[in-house]
Design a protein around this ligand. Structure first.
Ligand code: HAM
Length: 414
């Protein structure tokens, strides 16, 4: 009996060669935009101490409560596959004393992350994010620049139907007193609310803003909003961010109910959605996290950043893959002299493909056309070489491997 076939785990996928060009295009555009703005690449480990996320992302968030891949290693340590990148990067900032570098420290990443969520279109258990973090200043210019850079990347990639939602959460003290105010308002209008909303008044009064129930929606239309409760300096900070976005011509919708699934945010929060995506419409999001570095044991250090989902970008972007690598030379022949020619040509910087499937001469010639080779070298086991220039169809015998390589180099640069 044949052994049963195995499949990739639920919520994961293989990056097959046919989608590699689109991912490469995405990476090269992100790199050009971010490195052009002075961001440097960082990679942190795929797993971290579980405590980093319970402390950094927040013990009561869905991510920490329900979605982490947590395991105990042979040394008895609790480790977690990273569900996000901001807490690990702030951990690295503290661990490597990056506060002594010139501030702000500007870092970017393109990495896989893991969340045990219900898998569906656009939502995976292993997914990739491009992200950028700017640590070391609370200047509102950073918030605006972070948004502008993500905007530029999404625009260049041709992500369709984009909307930017923008809000400010103020400080945690502002949020705590606002929650009390909102809960009191909801209690005063209890009889018009849905039973589910009433049941969550103390647990999470903000959820009432998302309800579809008609009575609840009426009540919420007049509910107090957090942005009206901001302290003067937070309000001013937010005004400065908005002025810069306006000056850069970046359109946004103010969303006083924008809540993000991570606890570290303070002041500015934002999210880009695409109406091409259906239910999982968030392409990328982020905000300011001024207390996070301190919470992880570092000095008080403000920060701001974002991350965008690679799968969702690819689902919503026009496909404009990069052209594939050119094949300068196809070596027809499988003997030792053929191998030596391929090696010499590669050392000279040519892109070379070699016959590996034991095809007939005719089959090899067809394969050379399939890969779009500029030259084909038919190499016999006695070392004789016939070189064909595919463009003009001319063939000639080459006196040796070095002569053949020199001829191709000359032809390539004509
Ligand atoms: P996040 O909103 O949780 O933020 O994730 C950012 C983006 O990652 C989402 O907008 C979405 O495109 C993508 N994403 C999240 N979960 C999944 C999933 N299960 N499957 C596919 N894509 C997903 C953060 O992670 C913050 N660290 C962003 C940040 C950086 N804030 C400040 N700096």
């Amino acid at each position: 009996m044949a052994a049963p076939k195995l499949q990739a785990p639920r919520g994961t996928y293989d990056v097959l060669p046919e989608v590699a060009p689109a991912r490469l295009a995405l990476e090269s555009i992100a790199r050009r935009v971010l490195e052009g703005a002075g961001y440097e690449r960082i990679e942190t480990p795929v797993f971290e101490a579980t405590e980093l996320f319970s402390r950094g992302v927040g013990a009561s968030t869905d991510i920490v409560q329900k979605e982490m891949y947590t395991f105990t290693d042979a040394g008895g340590r609790s480790l977690t596959l990273r569900p996000e990148g901001t807490a690990p990067i702030c951990r690295a900032y503290v661990e490597h004393g990056m506060q002594v570098r010139s501030q702000p420290v500007k870092l970017w990443y393109l990495s896989p992350f893991f969340r045990h969520e219900r898998a569906q279109a656009g939502r995976f258990r292993q997914f990739w994010q491009i992200g950028a973090e700017t640590i070391g200043t609370d200047d509102p210019a950073v918030d605006a620049e972070s948004i502008a850079l993500l905007w530029a990347i999404l625009a260049e990639l041709g992500v369709g139907g984009i909307e930017l939602r923008l809000g400010s959460l103020g400080t945690s003290a502002t949020r705590a007193s606002y929650r009390e105010e909102l809960a009191a308002y909801l209690r005063a209008h209890q009889q018009r609310l849905s039973p589910e909303v009433v049941a969550r008044i103390d647990l999470n009064p903000l959820r009432a803003f998302d309800a579809d129930h008609p009575g609840t929606r009426e009540v919420m239309a007049d509910a107090p909003v957090l942005m009206d409760a901001l302290a003067a300096e937070d309000r001013e900070h937010f005004e400065e961010v908005r002025k810069r976005l306006d000056a850069a011509g970046i359109a946004y919708r103010l969303d006083p109910t924008l809540v993000r699934g991570l606890d570290y945010y303070a002041r500015t929060v934002f999210e880009f959605t695409s109406d091409v995506l259906g239910a999982q419409s968030a392409v990328g999001g982020g905000g300011r996290y001024d207390g996070l570095v301190e919470q992880l044991g570092g000095p008080h250090t403000p920060g701001c950043g974002w991350a965008a989902g690679v799968e969702r970008i690819l689902l919503s972007a026009e496909q404009r893959p990069l052209p594939r690598a050119v094949c300068d030379l196809y070596v027809a022949g499988t003997g030792v002299p053929a191998f030596a020619l391929a090696a010499e040509a590669r050392q000279a910087g040519l892109n070379v493909q070699v016959e590996l499937a034991g095809r007939s001469r005719k089959g090899q010639r067809k394969q050379a056309d399939r890969v779009g080779a500029g030259f084909v070298a038919v190499v016999e086991d006695d070392g004789s070489i016939v070189l064909e220039d595919v463009v003009n169809g001319e063939s000639e015998a080459a006196p040796g491997a070095s002569a053949a390589v020199a001829h191709i180099l000359k032809g390539r640069h004509l």
